[in-house]
Design a protein around this ligand. Sequence first.
Ligand code: GDP
Ligand code: MG
Length: 160
Amino acid sequence: MIERTLILLKPDTVQRGICGEIISRLERAGLKIVGMRMVWADRDFAKQHYAEHLEKPFYKGLEDMIVMGPVIAMVLEGVEAIELVRKMCGATEPKSANPGTIRGDYAQVSYGHADKRGIGIKNIVHASANKKDAQIEVGLWFTPEQLHTYKTVHEVHVFE
Ligand code: GDP
Ligand code: MG
């Protein structure tokens, strides 16, 4: 039941200087940071990360967006963390994302707006979608040595 998932604070989040606020929300839920790096992805790496979207009409704008600056990549660990983190992020389209979610609270763009301009949707975060993606994405962004095992105080409440 304890899972690890990849989350990226996208370049828009780093450039807006709101990484701390987003990280705080994730930490507050009891999620454990087991890996963290600042990475400026190049176009080849972007294609590996977003392989499933290469043929989509919005791919060019998506790639431009993810390489426009550095991201903060994190691996978070917790109880069914993959689904939990996706829920906290909210819907892909900020216009549709519920208030209280990260995308709903910190972004505003719609698919219509972004597609009309040919730009990627700046929606604050990426989070692995399922177990298979989480395994692939954690391995793509982190080596085993960059991931750490330690105890948090939350674990007393999770396990006892
Ligand atoms: P996610 O898993 O919620 O991030 O969504 P997807 O995997 O479907 O898409 C990856 C990223 O591509 C999203 O986070 C958006 O930044 C962008 N994106 C997805 N769908 C669209 C779209 O229809 N138009 C545009 N312009 N960008 C999109
Ligand atoms: Mg996705």
